[in-house]
Design a protein around this ligand. Sequence first.
Ligand code: RVP
Length: 498
Amino acid sequence: LPSPFQKLGLAYDDVLLLPEETDVIPSEVDTTTRLTREITMKVPAISAAMDTVTESDMAIAMARNGGIGVLHRNLSIDDQASQVDVVKRSESGMITDPLTVHPDVSLAELDKLCGRFHISGLPVVDNDDRLVGIITNRDMRFIASEDYDHLKVRDVMTKENLITGPSNITKDDAHRLLAKYKVEKLPLVDDAGKLTGLITVKDFVKTEQYPDATKDGQGRLRVAAGIGFLGDAWQRATALMEAGVDVLVVDTANGQAHLACDMISRIKNDPAFRDVQVIGGNIATRAGAQAMIDAGVDAVKVGVGPGSICTTRVVAGVGVPQLTAVYEAAQACRAADVPCIADGGIHYSGDIAKALVAGADSVMLGGTLAGCEEAPGEKVLLHGKQYKLYRGMGSLGAMAPRGKKSYSKDRYFQADVTSNDKVVPEGIEGEVPYRGPLNAVLYQMIGGLHQSMFYIGAHNIAEMRERGHFIRITDAGLRESHPHDIVMTAEAPNYSGF
Ligand code: RVP
């Protein structure tokens, strides 16, 4: 009989990529990849579905920079669905169902609405959806905030000489009208004067500013969201779909659980969800990936235990070192033409390249993004340095938050446990250094990937798999890889120490 200990699992730190002959330079490589069967993105990075990593601000920033964010599910269905809405409305080519306001609404309510959606003004419509005015910052500028409660939208809105366009206006014509009349918003109306859409100058600017953005067919940013598979999970999936989510991630610590597979097949077989892609996971073996594929997923997510906050491997003694897990899962994925996501354990940009060469199409990041400005939570000062909270979704804090309900406990199949001291955590809580805005952090991570592609001579991600070769290293090799025999005196933007 073969020994049960024959198999060897390797982590990112166990290997390096060999330098190869190359005719590419780092700035010219193409990192376009497939997130799922039907969605491509220019940057192979996903922000994790964790309550200290991805809410709408992070999801917007990730999509603008060419990746995507997965909104966490440790919040009520309504709150999560409204975050989808915020991302989908953050920018677009043409908004087909713009937010509007009624003329009788108070300025105080209008102010709240604008704040929530980060917008500067709204078209005003009557009870029959006819456009009767527009109200923007300009109309509000000279109004004292004490007057917000008793003044109504109709008292201050612009109603004369409204600049509007026909419903079928082209992008170029819209741009011309915005420029000619020096207005920021162009409401579109049909022959009966009903509002049918809105085009804003902000969206033209954003398109130029973020040419790599991950967008849907209507020019809106794409967004993903995590769901479970117990209790009101179906209601959550439905609400997220109705809010316009692009991708649902059936988010569990063990994708091979029958309940998770059933949820995946149920969504994939329901015609109401035909425009939504489904990611399943997490798994860490070839058989696990096959189970996800058989359930019908549009991408498989790999990772049991590699997360920087994860204790599954010590609490349960279960997991597979991540490089091997990705390699094994990718074999099943490749055969079925289903993309593969390497989730967890990415500390340095070099790990991204290793994951892609091993067969992943993209990577999911938690700890490396939790310190960004756009991650939820405030900065704290510790020993004279700024930090942000980062915790596992299986930590005590996330599964049994004091005075709050946890919606995501079932990720670890602990939904039926009601008493907090009966929770068995599989993650920890901590602080990670504050790292500034996401675009700077991602620039370093993806910049590092460009360097890897240069070293191995790959013009694109597919070529990385063909041309990349690993060499196993020893502990001495790992020590040699990191800076050594020196005291670091200056911080590097892409290196935090051994
Ligand atoms: P990392 O990027 O290494 O911080 O890992 C993030 C990943 O860890 C997540 O995407 C998720 O799969 C996993 N995770 C989240 N919570 C926990 C836990 O509490 N064990 N693990």
